[in-house]
Design a protein around this ligand. Structure first.
Ligand SMILES: Cc1ncc(COP(=O)(O)O)c(C=O)c1O
Length: 374
């Protein structure tokens, strides 16, 4: 019998923590605390603590976090910024929208930027590296920070898909969370992210007080809220107080939700690791902790595989069948990115969320195995 397995089910999550979310809602509504109030401050403090940075500044989206970071770093016309060829388009659009030139670099087998290819594209105009941590697994930040320090480049971490992941640095003997390595960590709280709000939301995390102050003013049209002074032409991109209240509730659950995701990943791995045509997202680098924002497999059979899952009632994500640099309106240079091209034909994210139960995961496994005649 065909079952319907949703990719995410926000209503189920709501029901799991309904009392706390409802209490947060009534607290905000009954006081009329809509803009820049205690809930925002509290969430920012808790997010900074979670990531291990001194500051967090709530913004309206992940895109705003990337854009704000590049502005804070004074990246603009004439500058080049290195960005992976396989990422969500916003990583690149933020670069274009500050007037800089994105320089695309192919990715490796783990979907993240191939660090061995970064130095090849560095020129005197290179100002920054946009390091993207895709699907819950960090890019090799140890190497990226080494390259950045060698060429005096700014690093902005697009950590929108990786809240809670981390990497161990053998040289310093310390483990650091995603978003605590570069000048800023950029976060998205889009509803289907690992920490999802009930609308758009985002933030930056940083250890730099000037960057935090810049973002705090620029998100509010450049205004210093204490003095009323405008410190530049800014934007309207403040994280809503209501969203912050909801996110603050959900952040408390994040550690246990990450454990649940790891259990599901292990269930998939154990049941599917004998299929040669299916590459699973489990890697040998023990320094990096995968938190499985997405469980993205690579199937040699591409669309035939994802279509089979869909016809059997399973919602899957095939991001991104068409790489962003192939969209002609974006006017980006396609220098040929073989790994990105190959994985674009093969990617398929299986349902991975905290609201799914074991019988649903087992049904996904059964359908995948059936496709491969197992
Ligand atoms: C890697 C990456 N970067 C940036 C973004 C942009 O975040 P938002 O949708 O909140 O603007 C996303 C969200 O989808 C993302 O996955």
């Amino acid at each position: 019998m065909i079952r319907k397995i949703r990719f995410v089910e926000p209503v189920k999550v709501y029901n799991m923590i309904k009392d706390e979310l409802d209490a947060a809602y009534f607290e905000v509504m009954s006081k009329g605390d809509l803009i820049d109030r205690g809930q925002l401050k509290s969430f920012e403090e808790n997010l900074a603590k979670f990531v291990g940075t001194k500051y967090a500044v709530g913004l309206n989206s992940g895109y705003d976090a990337l854009h704000m970071s590049l502005r804070a770093a004074k990246v603009g016309a004439g500058d080049e910024v290195i960005v992976p060829a396989h990422t969500f388009v916003a990583s690149c659009s933020a670069i274009v929208n500050v007037g800089a030139t994105p320089i695309l670099v192919d990715v490796g087998k783990d979907f993240n930027i191939d660090v061995d290819k970064i130095e090849e594209v560095i020129t005197p105009r290179t100002k920054a590296i946009m390091a993207v941590h895709l699907s819950g697994y960090m890019a090799d930040m140890v190497r990226i920070m080494e390259i950045a320090s060698k060429y005096k480049l700014i690093v902005v971490e697009d950590a929108c898909q990786s809240l809670g992941s981390s990497m161990y640095d053998e040289k310093t003997g310390t483990k650091r969370m995603a978003g605590a390595w570069g000048m800023t960590g950029c976060w998205s709280f889009y509803p289907f992210k690992i920490l999802g709000g009930y609308g758009d939301g985002g933030a930056i995390t940083t250890n730099d007080p000037d960057v935090a102050l810049f973002a705090t003013r620029m998100r509010y049209n450049g205004e210093d809220r204490d003095t009323g002074e405008y410190h530049g032409h800014g934007f309207t991109c403040l994280l809503d107080n209501m969203q912050a209240a909801f996110l603050d509730v959900k952040l408390l659950y994040l550690p246990s939700w990450i454990l649940k995701r790891k259990e599901i990943a292990e269930r998939y791995r154990t049941a599917l690791c004998d299929i040669p045509d299916l590459l699973l997202p489990h890697y040998n680098d023990l320094r990096r902790d995968h938190i499985y924002q997405n469980y993205t497999v690579r199937s040699k059979q591409g669309n035939a595989f994802s279509d089979f899952l869909k016809t059997n009632g399973i919602e899957v994500l095939t991001q991104f069948r068409k790489p962003y640099y192939k969209h002609t309106a974006l006017k980006l240079e396609d220098r040929g990115f073989p790994e990105t091209e190959a994985l674009s034909r093969e990617v398929c994210s299986l349902p991975m969320n905290v609201e799914i139960d074991n019988s649903e995961v087992d049904y996904v496994i059964e359908v995948v195995r059936k496709f491969y005649g197992k």
